[in-house]
Design a protein around this ligand. Structure first.
Ligand SMILES: Cc1cc2nc3c(=O)[nH]c(=O)nc-3n(C[C@H](O)[C@H](O)[C@H](O)COP(=O)(O)OP(=O)(O)OC[C@H]3O[C@@H](n4cnc5c(N)ncnc54)[C@H](O)[C@@H]3O)c2cc1C
Length: 466
């Protein structure tokens, strides 16, 4: 007789494991199935965590190398890439083991293997040795995430032509790297290898980087990255990539029809990710996908098949770990009859480059398209005393508020610790705050957060320090 569970989660990423823990907290006998041999999904194993480890270490390396201009002589600074990679791997292992501990602590049964639907309420688990096990599931949550996509006709070998996964474990610093795609993953990984010594060229099809980001911030971001040495080739369409023994040549056509060739040692393809529904046997149970092959769900994360739900990267919405986590909690609460909910208007997005870039809510372009009248408050980190004191004063805070009600509609920050600063605006927006509410809140001095307060003051043209 196969074991019975009240809830089974397929996929142990930030969506899946968080959902499994919440379901168990709510009293359901829960199982979580994960095929990669470690919990934490893309995020912990080949995404957020290893990339942030390398971003941090490469930034330290870059800073230490440049300390003499600030009066600190450290001598010859050398890179030990193997040690840096080991450090990153250690962070990943500690965190993935930590998730395993959390599942145990919450009495979630963890199955290692590939999960698929044998029937609507039966899940088949195949482990790496090929052994099969069937478990019964009253409610099943698909949380199988996403995988990188390539361009037509281009094979990723993870050595010369790499995805983000390969870019996180290069064995040596390439002399020259071409990043195809100017989205946040490409720019983060490009920053890592640029700081470690590679000449980095970004080839982008559009005329701007980080699509979807507020244009003013995106333009400033590109300006800063250029100053740091990254080279951008906009409106260039990759036609083909020819591999040789020593690297590759990326062949593109620009907007005027000119052909360009970029020789390099490594090509990073970062043109997006696609939902991962392969091998789930969804067809047999009749779960519908949308036009982009994402699992189709309603507001409660229900698919068209009763008792089957989906969350995270495998459904529509921004492919972000915190969005997946919040959906994991909401679906669990919905399953037990509570009112789980995610506010998609307040999901922050952060690019962890130096400086960081963070956004929440509407961009100026979106407000124009929606015909919403707005006011803008802006404050430069150049006038922020903390930023000046530590010589980290690039960028600015921009707050968008409704022209009539003053309600905060969005905020966009490029500058030091932008990823942390955006949280204040998130809370303000959740509480329906006005820019005046932020402006009248006392902020500690000297902190970067004073730039948020000043930007809020500037919405009504009363910033003090500019
Ligand atoms: C380089 C990189 C950097 C990133 N940085 C950030 C960041 O800084 N911040 C951020 O918010 N997001 C970041 N992301 C995105 C983030 O990783 C994803 O949005 C997040 O992991 C999605 O969570 P998920 O649970 O939906 O899916 P995933 O994390 O993809 O997890 C799904 C899991 O399901 C497993 N699985 C799939 N099919 C099956 C099956 N049939 N049976 C069992 N298991 C299965 C997979 O092995 C996987 O472990 C980054 C991504 C990349 C690639």
């Amino acid at each position: 007789m196969s074991e019975k569970f009240q809830a089974v989660v397929i996929g142990g990423g930030p969506g899946g494991y968080v959902s499994a823990i919440r379901l168990a907290q709510l009293g359901l006998k829960t199982a979580c199935i994960e095929s990669r041999g470690a919990l934490g999904g893309t995020c912990l194993n080949v995404g957020c965590i290893p990339s942030k480890s390398l971003l941090n270490l490469s930034e330290e390396f870059h800073k230490v190398k440049n300390l003499s201009s600030k009066g600190i002589e450290v001598g010859d600074v050398k890179l030990d890439l193997q040690k840096m990679m080991k450090n990153k791997d250690k962070a990943v292992t500690v965190l993935t083991k930590g998730v395993e501990f959390l599942l145990k602590k919450n009495k979630v049964s963890y199955f290692k293997g590939i999960g698929s639907f044998k029937s609507k309420n039966e899940i088949l688990i195949k482990d790496e040795k090929g052994s099969e096990n069937i478990i019964q599931s009253e409610k099943t949550i698909i949380a199988t995430g996403s995988v990188p996509v390539s361009l037509p006709g281009i094979d990723i070998d993870e050595k010369i032509i790499v995805s983000s996964t390969g870019a996180l474990k290069l064995e040596k610093v390439p002399s020259k790297m071409v990043v195809v795609g100017g989205g946040y993953i490409g720019l983060e990984m490009g920053s890592v290898w640029s700081r470690l010594g590679a000449e980095v060229h970004v080839v982008e099809f559009l005329d701007h980087i980080t699509p979807g980001m507020d244009k003013e911030i995106s333009n400033e971001f590109m300006k800063i990255l250029k100053k740091q040495g990254m080279q951008f080739h906009m409106q260039n369409k990759v036609e083909s990539i020819n591999k040789s023994n020593s690297g590759a040549t990326v062949i593109t056509t620009d907007k005027d029809g000119n052909k360009n060739e970029f020789d390099c040692e490594v090509v990073l393809i970062s043109v997006g990710r696609k939902p991962n529904t392969q091998g789930l046997n969804l067809e047999s149970v009749g779960v519908e996908l949308d036009e982009r092959k994402r699992v189709k769900v309603d507001h409660a994360y229900k698919t068209n098949v009763q008792d089957i739900y989906a969350i995270g990267d495998v459904i529509a919405g921004p492919m972000l770990a915190h969005k997946a986590e919040d959906e994991g909690i909401a679906v669990a609460e919905n399953i037990v009859g509570q009112s789980g909910h995610v506010n998609y208007d307040t999901i922050p997005g952060v690019v962890y480059t130096a400086p960081e870039v963070a956004s929440i809510g509407k961009t100026e372009e979106q407000l124009k398209e929606l015909n919403i009248e707005y006011k803008i408050g802006k404050f430069s980190f150049m006038a922020n005393s903390r930023a000046k004191a530590i010589d980290d004063a690039e960028g600015f805070v921009k707050i968008l508020a409704d022209k009539n009600t003053d309600k905060v509609l969005g905020a966009h920050i490029i500058g030091p610790h932008a990823g942390e600063l955006i949280a204040e605006i998130g809370v303000a927006m959740e509480f329906g705050a006005s820019s005046e509410d932020i402006a009248r809140t006392c902020h500690a001095h000297p902190t970067f957060s004073e730039a948020v307060k000043e930007a809020a003051l500037s919405v009504d043209k009363r910033a003090i320090h500019s």
